[in-house]
Design a protein around this ligand. Structure first.
Ligand SMILES: *[C@@H]1O[C@H](CO)[C@@H](O)[C@H](O)[C@H]1NC(C)=O
Length: 250
């Protein structure tokens, strides 16, 4: 009997089904618990607290939080009674990327916002930022650069590298073998960020530069980027203003 749990294929003896379903139940409980914890933390946050005192102020702050900041950090060996992990597949998104030039231009509008907030506090006597936050806000300048558009950032490398490392420690039997191009196959698109992400992931799994051979990226990759060759998707989704309506409101 085979069970696919996320993207790990286990080969199990028939009596293993019970422990598998209890494993999923435990996951549900953990998810519910952490959602409750987050809600409690958010409610405890008073309006006048200082952002400067928070050690992790940016978690879930934007539309694209780096995976590393919110990942499952459990790196324990996954054990399912009477089962043995046999295969591993993952279709993964690339890690955190740089903004493109247009987005960087839009970010420059934040200087106006910065000015308004400072004016609110200093001239109009309104606003509820603490002194330290106001000081930090005055010192703020835009740090992003626009000449590395949409390439993988160092954070993005870490996202995938550490994900690879965690999988290795969770499924040691699968990744202890010497890596060859016959034992593991990796595929990525023509973008710098996806190639660099794949390399980061493999570095995490097998150690940096362990020499897995990577294939040439395909121009029309029907497996990992099928939408790019789909005219219907282009017309109904990509070029359809309804698609991004909610995102733009946000
Ligand atoms: C970590 O993963 C192991 C293996 O799946 C599991 O037994 C354990 O309960 C997990 N610990 C936490 C804190 O989630």
């Amino acid at each position: 009997m085979y069970i696919i749990y996320k993207y790990i294929l286990f080969h199990c003896l028939p009596s293993a089904l019970d422990s598998f379903s209890s494993l999923n139940r435990n996951r549900m409980i953990i998810i519910v618990l952490s959602a409750t914890l987050l809600a409690t933390l958010a409610a405890g946050q008073s309006q006048d607290s200082c952002y400067a005192d928070q050690t992790d102020p940016y978690i879930l702050f934007g539309t694209a939080t780096p995976y590393e900041a919110v990942s499952n950090t459990n790196a324990s060996y996954v054990y399912i009674d009477k089962c043995e992990a046999k295969q591993f597949w993952i279709i993964s998104r690339h890690g955190t990327r740089y903004a493109d030039a247009d987005e960087v231009d839009e970010l420059k509008d934040l200087y106006d916002l910065q000015e308004k907030i400072i004016k609110n506090h200093e001239k109009d006597g309104s606003g509820s930022l603490c002194a330290k936050d106001l000081e930090n806000l005055k010192l703020w300048t835009l740090q992003v650069v626009s000449n590395v558009k949409r390439d993988l950032t160092p954070q993005g490398y870490n996202d995938l590298y550490r994900l690879g490392k965690r999988f290795k420690s969770r499924f040691p039997a699968l990744f202890k073998q010497t890596v060859t191009k016959d034992s593991f196959k990796v595929q990525f698109t023509t973008k710098q960020r996806t190639a660099a992400s794949a390399i980061a992931f493999v570095d995490g799994l097998f150690g940096t530069g362990m020499g897995l051979e990577f294939p040439e990226a395909l121009e029309d990759d029907m497996l990992i980027k099928p939408y790019a060759s789909c005219k219907k998707w282009e017309k109904d989704v990509e070029k359809n203003k309804d698609t991004t309506k909610e995102m733009k409101k946000f």
